[in-house]
Write a protein that binds this ligand. Structure first.
Ligand code: ASP
Length: 325
């Protein structure tokens, strides 16, 4: 399937969001509307959470064929707070490990009137494959696809940046870590390219540099000390060990913190009001010093709050299609 066909498939014939497979191919108004809707679902922590009954009568199946804590919990809570029936497929007992193809599992659940599939998979192309085979009223949401795409993470990162920086223009965004294997970096840079004019600096240890073809218009470097200077937003990433076969060249945790970790000393080179982000799971004192993770510039817990709101907004958007009953 060519790229254009996949892009087109994300929207229905009325231009409404049907699937969310990646941010590339969406235009700025679609993304900004999702962010505004997500913002409307945010409540202070001690208040009752926002609820909406726009998914009443719909069924959401969460299919996580790769480990997940926050994304899975967040999609589940989002679907419940939108009044959907929610099915969480337990990967360890799923038909997939008994050899059934993923499409047969999807068709089975579709026959039980599942309307929205939330899919995480370690292989590239699975969400697109499912999206091209389901019935027209069914939506597919990509909850993390290999090292390729994690669009809901990209959106929650954009929402976080917008909350603290008010604009996407003129910002310096430094993403530090294992960019080569990061779907988080891919989706965030895709989103930033669509919504504004920011300078994206990709800072990775030697050997973990990304394929430049996936990151047009960015600055790529291994020089953390200089690249962090004057940044407005710093995103720290863990090493994706599960995606690296040859681990013998990787630095020890101690070496990593010293060479590429976000320490207080490095953070002081950024702008004084720079925000610090991390998608989780976070390895304290490896890619980020504990004091920075818990420090006043950290917005990591706000990212988690935003993730739930973003997933509610996406569920609302895909459930608004004209084909839905
Ligand atoms: N939680 C993010 C993801 O699913 C980041 C990570 O796993 O390191 O990609």
């Amino acid at each position: 399937m060519d790229q254009q066909a996949i892009d087109y498939e994300q929207l229905n014939e009325r231009g409404q969001l049907r699937h969310l497979l990646k941010l590339d191919g969406l235009d700025a108004p679609v993304i900004l509307n999702l962010l505004s809707r997500a913002q409307s679902y945010i409540r202070p922590l001690r208040h009752a959470p926002a609820r909406d009954d726009c998914l009443a009568g719909r069924t959401v199946a969460n299919l996580f064929f790769e480990a997940s804590t926050r994304t899975r919990a967040s999609f589940e809570l989002a679907a419940k707070r939108m009044s959907a029936d929610v099915l969480n497929l337990d990967v360890n007992t799923s038909s997939r490990i008994k050899g059934e193809s993923i499409l047969d599992t999807i068709f089975t659940l579709q026959s039980m009137q599942t309307d929205i599939f939330v899919v995480r998979d370690a292989s590239a192309g699975i969400p697109q494959l499912i999206a091209t085979r389901v019935e027209p009223h069914v939506s597919v949401l990509n909850a993390g696809e290999s090292d390729v795409s994690h669009p809901t993470q990209g959106l929650l990162d954009l929402l976080t940046i917008r909350q603290y920086k008010r604009t996407f223009d003129g910002l310096v965004v430094a993403i530090i870590g294992d960019i080569a294997h990061s779907r988080v970096a891919r989706s965030l840079t895709e989103g930033l390219r669509i919504v504004g004019n920011s300078e994206v600096r990709l800072i990775s240890p030697p050997g973990l540099e990304p394929n430049p073809d996936y990151y047009p218009g960015t600055i790529m470097t291994t020089d953390i000390e200089n690249a962090i200077v004057d940044s407005d937003v710093i995103v720290t990433l863990r090493i994706q060990r599960e995606r690296i076969k040859e681990k013998s060249n990787l630095m020890t945790s101690h070496e990593y913190l010293k060479e590429y970790g976000l320490t207080e000393a490095r953070l002081s080179r950024a702008r004084p009001d720079a925000i610090v982000m991390h998608p989780g799971p976070m390895n304290r004192n490896v890619e980020i010093a504990g004091a920075v993770a818990d420090g006043p510039q950290s917005v990591i817990t706000q990212q988690v709050t935003n993730g739930l709101a973003v997933r509610m907004a996406i569920l609302a958007a895909v459930s608004a299609g004209p084909d839905q009953v």
